[in-house]
Design a protein around this ligand. Structure first.
Ligand code: GLU
Length: 373
């Protein structure tokens, strides 16, 4: 069942709740009474039959305060890694204590982008979450910031929350934020309207995200939240942004329904949703207009339509698919290495064997391993 009102959020069977640093940390100190009140909301949901997974930021902010690092620990990647390393200990203690006061067991899970991108490791993370759910523990997930370098970082816990929801087979994600939701323009501008329901994160919706919507402490901002909404939407998961500033925000939203809900527009199969959510393509395949039209009808990408290959990659890599004017068409798993793609560029199926030295595969990117933008 798709949840279309925040009043019904307790209908979720498995819910991911993302808590940002701006809510959990005030001036470098944990917001204990707020956290305690939130834990009551979580306990209510659990008693109502909803399983909970938490994605909690705050390690960098807490650690920076302890170490006396400038800029909330975000002056450099090295600072952020050191701050996260110190702060994660405090964060884990904080959650363990808060959950324990309400009879709940906290389980820490630190993940990197690779853990959720690599098919094999994704399945491992997924199995761990499943087992934790069976035991009744409450996973508290964060990015493993102390080892994740720039290239392999999510960088924001909004997208991480959406990927965790996907890996856990959750049906809903709540992003607790310091704003009420998505506004049609800069929320501080005259006449700004809260958008309550979004059916599909279109370019018009993305244009509404204001650059200045990040709170400073966290790194998310509205852009990251919309990216998270896209990942969730493709996985058939409802995602909502709600204001978490007041005490007991989930209790409140169950009464007021205030926030922005993103309802999934299509439920791709699991493999496709995993592909759609992957973040880092290793190359770009550009195709001609004929191929753009064929892909639009659901065909596979054939070498005959290929006009350019950018990047170095192996067979099985995730690549971006572009039209002749550079427009993004989608992405998929490529059947050939970059060198092989270049060798058969523009060739019909019949002409490829001589170049490859073996019978060509059915396609360069098969439609089953492709997600359209
Ligand atoms: N993982 C980071 C932390 O715990 C926060 C990332 C974010 O700001 O979303 O501090």
């Amino acid at each position: 069942m798709t949840i279309t009102s925040l009043r019904d959020v307790s209908n979720a069977k498995r819910l991911v709740v993302k808590i940002g640093s701006a809510l959990l940390v005030n001036d470098g100190q944990p917001a204990r009474s707020w956290l305690d009140a939130l834990t009551l909301d979580l306990k209510d949901l659990r008693e109502n039959g909803t399983e909970i997974i938490l994605v909690s930021s705050g390690a960098i902010a807490l650690g920076a305060a302890r170490l006396g690092l400038p800029n909330g620990g975000r002056a450099s990647l090295a600072d952020a890694q050191a701050a996260a390393s110190v702060g994660q200990v405090a964060l884990a203690q904080l959650w363990a204590g808060a959950l324990d006061r309400h009879g709940l067991i906290a389980a820490q899970m630190l993940v990197t982008l690779d853990d959720l991108e690599d098919r094999r490791r994704y399945l491992n993370a997924s199995a761990t979450l499943e087992r934790l759910m069976e035991t009744g523990a409450v996973p508290v997930v964060n990015e493993n910031d102390s080892v994740a370098t720039e290239e392999i970082r999510f960088g924001d816990n909004d997208r991480l929350a959406a990927r965790v929801a996907q890996a856990a087979g959750a049906d809903a994600v709540l992003l607790l934020s310091d704003v009420d939701g998505l506004y049609d323009r800069d929320p501080s501008a005259d006449g700004a309207q809260l958008i309550e329901l979004v059916e599909g994160v279109t370019p018009e919706i993305i244009a509404m995200a204001s650059e200045g919507s990040s709170s400073g402490l966290g790194s998310g901002g509205m852009k990251a939240k919309l990216q998270a909404a896209r990942i969730a939407e493709r996985a058939g998961i409802m995602l909502a942004i709600i204001n978490g500033i007041e005490q007991r925000p989930i209790h409140t939203v169950r009464l007021t329904g205030r926030g922005t809900i993103f309802v999934p527009v299509r439920a791709d199969n699991a493999r496709k949703s995993w592909l759609g959510g992957r973040l880092a393509p290793e190359g770009v395949l550009s195709v001609d207009e004929g191929c753009v039209a064929a892909l639009g009808k659901g065909a596979s990408l054939l070498a005959a339509g290929l006009i350019e290959v950018a990047g170095e990659f192996e067979r099985g890599a995730l690549v971006s698919l572009h039209g002749p004017k550079g427009e993004r068409l989608g992405q998929g798993l490529v059947e050939y290495s970059a060198a092989e793609c270049r060798a058969i560029l523009g060739l019909s199926q019949g002409d490829q064997e001589a170049k490859l030295g073996y019978a060509p595969r059915a396609a360069v990117v098969h439609r089953d391993h492709m997600v359209r933008a």
